[in-house]
Every structure is written in structure tokens, then in C-alpha cells.
Design a protein around this ligand. Sequence first.
Ligand SMILES: O=C(CO)[C@H](O)[C@H](O)COP(=O)(O)O
Length: 207
Amino acid sequence: MKLQVAMDVLTVEAALELAGKVAEYVDIIELGTPLVKNAGLSAVTAVKTAHPDKIVFADMKTMDAGELEAEIAFAAGADLVSVLGSADDSTIAGAVKAAKAHNKGIVVDLIGVADKVTRAKEARALGAKFIEFHAGLDEQAKPGYNLNVLLSAGEEARVPFSVAGGVNLSTIEAVQRAGADVAVVGGSIYSADDPAVAAKELKAAII
Ligand SMILES: O=C(CO)[C@H](O)[C@H](O)COP(=O)(O)O
């Protein structure tokens, strides 16, 4: 299982600083949606230039204009770009077309999708490289939030998948047991007292 750090910071400087601390322990470096919105796609270029050996994920969360939005992110240096599972099939297909042109990949993010198992299979058939079973920051803050719901859905869908939703040191083993290909970790790394130590411990917990 790969480890993906989600950098939900707001500036290129903060992203480069965080990536510099954790890169040796992670496989995928994600530029979070707030970062891409605040700093623009030049942030993707800066991180890919600093870490050319890492898989760089632009969390575009594209909802429309799939081919165009994926194209500009790949052109900026992204290796993976996210499209929302709630988007129209044509949006996902357009993004996949751009990915194929660049020999890169699209990740379909199931945030907010009610029937995640069905949509995961559909998105995979449309050409997504893998599917992100995701509960966003707002959903995580709601009472009763339970990561296990995501893990069960991921297991059931039988597609290549990642899991994002407050994954931490105490849950990463369960993510792996569920068969995830990628564990996505944001807050548990970037909010840690020492992000490098947090990333190192998470990596060590992966068998
Ligand atoms: O995409 C996101 C929010 O929409 C986050 O980056 C993702 O949820 C991972 O962060 P955390 O581990 O803090 O949940």
C-alpha cells in the first residue's frame, strides 16, 4: 500500500516546506484543493520540480470541463488529477482522455456520493486509474463519523482504491487490511508537532 500525504496548506512556500520534511516517507505528494485554489497550478510545478521522483497528485476535484481542467493540471506537472464521482460521466471521460494523452492517471473522488460502490465501478469502467473512497473534512466533523463505512465500501467495490477521511496512525492498518492501494493522510501529518516523524511512523505501520 502506498502512502499519500495531502498537503492542505495555502501557499507554495508552506507546501515546499512540508513536502521537504515528509517526501522521503511518502509515495504520493498531494496538493490539496485549498492550495490549488489559493496558489494556482504553479504550486504543482514547484512541487514536481522539487520532487521529480515522487508521484504528484493535484486534488482538482473537477466537476465540469473534465478534459480542460485535467489538461492544465497535467501540463503543470501533475501525475494524478482528481475528478469528482458526482460529475457527469462525460466529465470523467474527458479527464481520462487528457490523462491518456499525457500517459498519466485520473483518480475519481467519491466525496458526497451516496452509493459509492456502484459509482466506483462505473468510474473504473470509464478509465479511472483508481477510486478515492473519501469522507471530506466537513463530513468527518459530523457526529457519528466512522471510517469503517468507507473501508467496507472500498472492499466491496473490488476496484483499485484509496481511502481518505482522517486516516491516522491508529487506523492505517485497518485501511491496509481493507485492501486499499493508497492511504491518504492529511491532518495527521500536516498538523502533527513533527510532520516528518508522523509520516515516518505512518510509513512504518504499513506492512
Ligand atoms: O481532500 C481532502 C478534503 O477534501 C483532504 O485532503 C483529505 O480528506 C485528506 O485529509 P485528512 O486526512 O485530514 O482527511
